[in-house]
Design a protein around this ligand. Sequence first.
Ligand code: PHE
Length: 453
Amino acid sequence: MSNIPSERDSFGSRFGVIAATAGSAIGLGNIWRFPYVAGENGGAAFLIIYLGFVLLIGIPVMLSEFTIGRSAQRNVFGSFRKLAPGRPWYLIGIMGVVAAFMILAFYTAVAGWTLEYIFQSIINGFEGLSSGQLNDMYFSFIGSPWRPLLWFFVFMSFTALIIMSGVQKGIEKYTKILMPVLLLLLIVLVVRAVTLPGASGGISFLFKPDFSKITTSTILEALGQAFFSLSIGMGTLVTYGSYIQKKDNLGSTAVSVAFADTFIAILAGLAIFPAVFAFNIEPGSGEGLVYITLPNIFQQMPGGYFFSLMFFILLGVAALTSTISVLEVIVAFFVEELRLGRKAATLLATSSVSILGVMCVLSTSSMADVKLFGFTVFGLMNFTSANILLPLGGFFIVIFVAWYYGREKAGNELSNGGKLKTRYLPFYMFVIKYMAPLAIAFIFLQGVGLIKL
Ligand code: PHE
C-alpha cells in the first residue's frame, strides 16, 4: 500500500469492498428500473440479451474501471490525467462527472418516492385499497409537486450526510448487515408472488422468450440497463476502485458483484411479474410498476403491514448505498481537483445537483408538459444517462485500458504485481480490445438510428 497517500480513505476489508461495490450496483436499478424496462421490452427475450451483456461487456468494463482507479489512486478525472498525462483521455472523466449529475438528479427523485411509501406503510395507507386504487394513489402522489419535493430533499440530505462523514465508518458498516436482509425479504416476496392465483403468466413472461419483441432499440435498452445496474461507464467504479487495497483481488470482486447484482434483478422480476399478471396490470406500464404492484402483494399476505414497511425501508437503504456512490464521484472530483474540503465539496455538489433534481421531481407534475426531444426532464436524464452516456463512457474506458494503458500494466494491476493468477487475462484483453468496443459501438449506433442494417 506504499503508494496510497496517507490522507486518502480506503475500504477497510475485502468484505467491505464487496459490500460497498455491491451496494452501489444493487439499488433502484434492479428493483425499480429493471422490471419496468424489461416489461416494456418484451420480458424474457430482453432478460437473455441483458444477461449476455452483463457477462461479455459488463464484467470487462467493471474490471477496466477497477484497474484504472486502483492504479491511479485518484477520482475519475484525476485518474485519467495521471495515467495519461497531457492526453485528452481526461475527457472521459468529465463525461463521467456529468453523468453522475444527471443520474443523481433523477435517481434521488425516485428514491424519495420510497420515503413516501415508507410513510404510507407506517400509517397503513394501502389497507383495503383495490388494485385500481393503488394505481390512483401512485399517480396522485407523483402528480402533485410538494410531497415528492420534500422527500427528494430529505433523501438528498441523507446522502450528503453520509458522504460528509466518509464512507468506511458509516455505510460500509451498515450495508454489511442490511443488504443480506434485503435479499431475504425479496425471497419472501418472491414466494408470495409466485403462489398468487394467476402468477404463471408472469413467470412465463420473464422466462419464455418471444424474440419477435426484440428491436434495435430494445437491444440498446438492455445494454443501457446493464451499464446502469452495474454502476459502470461513468467512473463510480474508478472512484471506488481507487479505495480498494492493493492486496484485494479485482477479478473475483468484479465477478461477485456482477453476480449479486444480476441475481437481485431476477428476484425482483420474480416478485413483480407474477403480481403484474395476477392483478391485471400492464407489464409495460412504466416507472410506477414496482410502486403499484408491490403494495398489491403486501395486501395479499399475512403480515403485510410488517413486510411492506420492511421492504420499503430496505429499498430506501439500497437506493442510499447507490446514491452515495454517485455523489462520491462528484465529491472526490471536487476535493482532489478543486482542492475543496470534503464538506464544502459535498454541499456544492448536492446543491447544484438539486437544481436539476427539482426539475426531475416536477416532471410528473408542474413540469409534465416541458418536453425536450420528446422527453420530460426526468425521462431525458433517465434515458440519456443509461443509454447514451454510460455506454459511451464504457466504450472509451475499455479502449483506454486496451489500447493506451496496455496489457502489461493492466495485467500487473489485476494480478497484484504478479501475486495472483490471472488466467483470464488473454480473454479479457481480447474482449476489451475488439469485442466490447465493437459491440457497444454497433448497438449504440443502431439503437440511436445512426446506422441501419
Ligand atoms: N447501479 C445503481 C442501481 O442499480 C445505480 C447507479 C448507476 C449507481 C450508476 C452508480 C452509478 O440502482
